[in-house]
Write a protein that binds this ligand. Structure first.
Ligand SMILES: *[C@@H]1O[C@H](CO)[C@@H](O)[C@H](O)[C@H]1NC(C)=O
Ligand SMILES: *[C@@H]1O[C@H](CO)[C@@H](O)[C@H](O)[C@H]1NC(C)=O
Length: 327
């Protein structure tokens, strides 16, 4: 009964407060709120400096796992083709290989019925687009503000890093996610979110990528689509709760697959691409052996491809496949 009495006592005291006492209390409350906001700002400011010698990852508050969003299982089989358009007859759909997931270039497949056909075949579709780079020949390329464009991507002379914190860029990327949603994609594969690990000309930090991935995840989940983390090993632990899978290139080549294994431990697949010499039809056997048995890569969905991510693929069991595409 003590608690109840206490509550009554406080209530009766409050009712006797004078107008002046109320003003004083209001002023005290205002000061407390301002101090709290300043403290939060300082905390964020400190976190923004992450990226120096301290290699502890920034932390995020826990996010509830979105419902109604596709959660692929560990070891899900897949094919990825980014350089061409799948050739599937919508009236008599068939596709090779008979894997569970296709990761395809979103813009290449706009206004086609490929996704519908893949769904008829019981496949899930991940739609790829670049979220962290400017490319000259996309339908929305003219919308990228000049001041948001940074250095050229190493090895991709037409592509440039962009300021992923800029509201204009985020608006463009929300638009891309909306296109994916209207196309019926089950998930998105936003590429080039690891600018901070590269010479980007915009001082991008890991915190920027965490914030950006959080934004992209929210936009995707709102539209009932899943999302994966592409590469960006330094933010795996932080962003994992918001992701449904990872897409990784060359962790075996760079002896870094362990960095991505938390996905598998969390019951989420790692769609893993390696580019051994001669892949996919004349793959160097030694490299294949090494990449398919890389430490930390147990449970990964490993695929051996040519760098241009074309129609061909080899799997670790030696199966070689050719997907029909438009030439
Ligand atoms: C992973 O999937 C392949 C088929 O894609 C299957 O052969 C293999 O047994 C699976 N491995 C595990 C551990 O489930
Ligand atoms: C990137 O955009 C953010 C948000 O608009 C801005 O604060 C920052 O200065 C920009 N960075 C560069 C290098 O322009």
């Amino acid at each position: 009964m003590e608690g109840k009495e206490g509550r009554f006592r406080r209530n009766s005291r409050e009712s006797r407060l004078s107008r002046r006492q109320k003003l004083v209390l209001a002023a005290v409350a205002a000061v407390v709120i301002i101090v709290a906001i300043l403290g939060l700002g300082l905390g964020l400011g400190l976190r923004n400096r992450y990226g120096g010698e301290d290699d502890a990852e920034p932390t995020l508050p826990p996010a509830p796992q979105p419902t109604a969003v596709w959660q692929p299982a560990v070891n899900t089989s897949w094919q990825i083709i980014l350089n061409s358009k799948l050739d599937i007859d919508p009236n008599n759909p068939a596709v090779e290989p008979d894997v569970e997931v296709y990761d395809i270039d979103m813009f290449v497949h706009q206004n086609t019925r490929v996704i519908e056909s893949l769904h008829k075949l019981g496949k899930k579709v991940i739609c790829y687009f670049s979220a962290g780079s400017y490319e000259p020949n996309r339908p929305d390329s003219s919308r990228f503000p000049k001041e948001d464009i940074g250095s050229v991507l190493d090895g991709w002379p037409d592509e440039k890093w962009i300021n992923i914190s800029s509201p204009a860029i985020r608006d463009i990327m929300a638009g891309r996610i909306d296109i994916a949603s209207r196309m019926g994609c089950d998930a998105v594969d936003p590429d080039n979110v690891d600018g901070f690990q590269n010479e980007n000309g915009l001082n991008l930090t890991p915190r920027d990528s965490v914030d950006f991935m959080t934004f992209l995840a929210d936009e995707s989940h709102k539209r009932k689509m899943a999302i994966g983390l592409k590469n960006a090993g330094d933010i795996v632990k932080t962003i994992l709760p918001r992701m449904q899978f990872a897409v990784n290139e060359e962790c075996a080549e760079f002896k870094a697959c362990k960095i991505f294994s938390p996905f598998v431990e969390a019951g989420k697949p790692v769609f893993h691409i390696e580019y051994p010499d001669g892949a996919p039809f004349d793959t160097d056997e030694g490299q294949k052996e090494e990449y398919c048995n890389a430490p930390g890569a147990q449970g990964f969905s490993t695929i051996l491809k040519a760098m241009n991510l074309n129609f061909g693929a080899e799997y670790c069991d030696g199966r070689q496949v050719r997907t029909k595409v438009f030439r």
